[in-house]
Design a protein around this ligand. Sequence first.
Ligand code: FES
Length: 437
Amino acid sequence: MSAVAVCFVCQWCAQIGAERAGRDRLQLPGGFVMVPVPCAGAVPVDVVLRAFADGAEGVAVLGCHLGGCHHNQGNRGASVRLALLGATLATLGVHPHRLLVSFGSAHEGHQFASVVEGFMTRLGALSQGADLALLRGRLEGAALAPGCDLPPREPEAGAPSPLPADILEEARRLLASGEVGHVLGLAVTDGGVLPEVFSTPQELERAVAASKYPLAKTFWRFMGGMPQGTSAALVCRPCDARAVREQTKMAQYEGQTVRCLTLGCSEEDAHKCGCANPGVDAPSYVALPDPLADLDPAGRIAFWRDSFQRCIKCYGCRNVCPVCICPSCRLEDETFVPPGILPPPPLPWHACRALHVADRCVGCGACQDACPSGLPLLALHGSLSGHLHRESAYIAGMGMTSPIAAAMAAQGPCGGPPPAWGEPGGARGADREVRHG
Ligand code: FES
């Protein structure tokens, strides 16, 4: 039986090639479904993942040659996103022949026929592999324990300690001088460590430091509920400071002033986080050795199969992520999770989230720490961060520009620009976790 594939064809290029191939009566293989799209840039990565989950053995995206897109840069954005998708699939152990991305090679009838013929031949040579089962969420045979030794991360926050004197002094100075109206940090309350907003220098007596307590999302929520003109400082870990940079790049603090007072992480704290290099301007995650580097595709598939079977779709990873702040989440979008149909299997689900935050993930590991099922999510996010670093020297959270932001922003509602300050429809200000001291 021939393979079943979905070919997304740009109406300005590959679709014309297909029509010419038919007109010229060229031989075409069976087993592929053509989906015309207005531009290759109109194919979101999650739709490709959904096609795999729904039974496709391969997916092709055929667009105009680079520089010749009828929507200016649509295909360039697509090439960035689909390259990231290819890297994601490679991390998961999916055979590279299952995804074809081709620009400008199918606009003539004979070219279209030869591209599709080659794609279907390569697909046909692949067996109904374990990677397909993983893509479709069939996890039979999965072990109950992970099949790979990842460096352990300690989920518990360390014992609270007094704020370092220089940070305390700077926080006091900022409040006393009126440079900021609030300082968000941690305090011991009723025997436990909780976020707290300090508004006077005296209140800072109660401030403490505690490792592994992520604060960037709490800070974002706090500022979302404050009026324009608010100035505030966050006492936080270096990875939180990088996340605040990413939030700032997403225009989340327009009209507000934000400062980060960054606590250095001790070597012990860094070890607990599995962090190789915990400075503010140190990309710890790309410095980490790839925990899956020694695994072949079959080993990767087994590793992720065993891991994904524990996912309960609690949305904890998304909710805690400091850069998952889109007003409408693709993981709840009807094109990805149609009403009346179960959510996609764990692989497309987690791959979709990883792809959407690929250029903003600062490697804080909050998702992995929050996961009640212990999914090794940093291995997935870290592989994409590493890919971006290798391809474009880009590191999220370092600097205020992103060479691929525009490409990522074109990928659909979730990847679109978040609402400006105060616009309706955003989640900002909801579920506030902070208390005013
Ligand atoms: Fe063909 Fe954009 S119009 S790829």
